[in-house]
Design a protein. Sequence first.
Length: 298
Amino acid sequence: MTAGIPVVAPAGPLIGLADWRLPVTGPAAVDLAARLGADGLQLDLGGPGRGPRLDVPDRLGALRERSAATGVRLLAVTGNCLNDIGITAPAGSVAAHDVRDVLERVLDTAHALEAPLAFVPSFRRSAIDGPDALRRTAEVLAWAAGEAAARGLLLASENTLAPEKALALVEHVASPAFRLLLDTYNPRAAGVDVSGLVHTTGHHFADQIHLKDGSGPGGTGGDVLLGDGDGGLPAVLAALAAHRVRVRALVLETDHRADDPARLAEDLARARAHARTVNRTVAPTTTPPSRLADEDAQ
């Protein structure tokens, strides 16, 4: 962080933004977050149909510079293009090779940006929609978790699994570097009781949580301001507090790509108000794995 910017301990969880839900991405999203008073930012790897690639030297350098200058933390990196490829693709297939390439790039980018978390979305072509998909997802994530540990990172899966299947995924991945990333609405849209999910699997959660609301059955969430939908957000946050799930960051994932600054500012204010109901401990649930020496990294 640049000298002269005071480091102030937050009164509660950090409030972050997701750059793939903003009108700008990358370094410009860091500046937007700073102007709006957000504490941190999650970043998408980008690529065809998803904006500029994040993992090019000039862009990585600009991100580090803008983060240091503004104090906006770089919280996590994901690869939303995995939803277009399918991490459940059969081993040895062209798609499986592409998945591994994307995951390595996500992990290398998170490492380069000193973001503590990389996460893998499981939607659309990557949906975990049956036993075979669960088994194949676990195989891929077990490999990726080992790669994350070698880089001193945590790896998380964002999915809509019911509690018992989410626990099965954790068991099959079997890595201390692996977590589940909670989204406060996606499981509800899939028919899962989110408060029950917190009760059963909260001890496996990453300490960054996606915060969004939804507008009714069949919706994907994120299309309404927090509190204006059917997501039962206060009950979910109360469950997190009741079960002492440690939350370092609540990341707003409402869709703000339409570039309405007043609407985004209002949603951030609502996120901060909701954050008061969550624990004030911001340390991670467990200590991330130590970064291995260069000669030990795969």
